[in-house]
Design a protein around this ligand. Sequence first.
Ligand code: NAD
Ligand code: IPM
Ligand code: MN
Length: 366
Amino acid sequence: MRKEVVLLPGDGVGQEIMKGARTVLETVASEYDHEFVFHEHAIGGDAIDRYGVPLPDDTVKACEAADAVLLGAVGGPKWDDMPADKRPEKGLLGIRKRLGLFANLRPVQGFGPLVHASPLKTELVDGCDILIVRELTGGLYFGEPSGRSEDGQSVVDTLSYTREEIERIVEKGFEAAQMRSGHLTSVDKANVLESSRMWREVVNEKAADYPDVTVEHQLVDSAAMKLITNPKHFDVIVTENLFGDILSDEASVLTGSLGMLPSASVRTDGVGLYEPVHGSAPDIAGQGIVNPLGMILSTAMMLKYSFGMEKEAEEIERAVSQTLADGYHTRDLDVEGGKVVDTEGIIGKVIDHLSTESISNSICSS
Ligand code: NAD
Ligand code: IPM
Ligand code: MN
């Protein structure tokens, strides 16, 4: 298969992790006789520096024409004092909105060799497998009005949703639960927010269409607590934009590092965007030590969801898993007796496990 992939490395560690994604995809292409054509474009602070805006039109056009988009990360202290419209993060929010990517799927799946890397008790995290379905193009991130009054003495951000926006993400949550173990937790703040009360209403209405899914509602504050005291309680979590943002970083603690989490931003059909959950990690950028596995696992999600390449995606996941089983990891993971390698080192180990020989061994042994 020939696929056109837009690469948006962005800022900070974005360039370093994108190199890993690209190398992995090139290896998959040669092993499976595919052709991935890469088109690199600017976004975020990098685009501000080069073109004066965080999301150049060329970048949007390229993404719209692509089969899929991979994004590294945006943002950093250099641009933190820019006006709201000229911040790197506006580029990311803009591309999500322009592509209509209303559903952000964030799997939180622990790898066996990393159970001790979590600061949480092993019996809590061992075998935990959660999917956070985060609404991505509405809520506080996009509501109007938003800004500062002329005298600079008051500010406003607006949390708004239409019923239709809630319906389509809730449906995604139910569909995901149906394909997994059939349990959906809807997270809201219905004791305070009108938007959450409508959210709850929609979930209850939709539940009738999915009789095989058990549904529960959980307030976001106690959900945050339960996520790290009893994570195995959860299967699929569906929630609004900001709650999903916060809960997914929290949930990454279950896996040992924020650097492990991949994500897929999708709409009902059409182009998808794949990116790790973490940010540009300015504190470690340029040192060659960033964990690229969240980015690499995002390429696996791209192969599966955008290209229907299930087998190839599984091979990437297997290669990551075997690399960790061999004891290799980057320094963000605290594994007793493990072997700390740098970014290039871990990418190299994953590639070794993707090579022809290891793939044929895995086929023979399966
Ligand atoms: P962050 O996710 O960049 O980093 C939080 C902490 O986790 C840091 O200590 C960092 O070193 C560490 N970390 C994150 N990813 C890692 C990885 N792959 N390997 C090893 N360590 C890793 O969050 P932050 O520091 O709050 O934000 C920094 C910048 O990133 C901000 O400008 C923010 O807006 C931006 N951001 C961008 C995205 C995105 O582009 N999708 C996501 C989150 C934050
Ligand atoms: C994420 C990030 C973004 C978000 C920021 C950088 C706009 O935190 O992708 O999780 O809040 O969506
Ligand atoms: Mn976030």
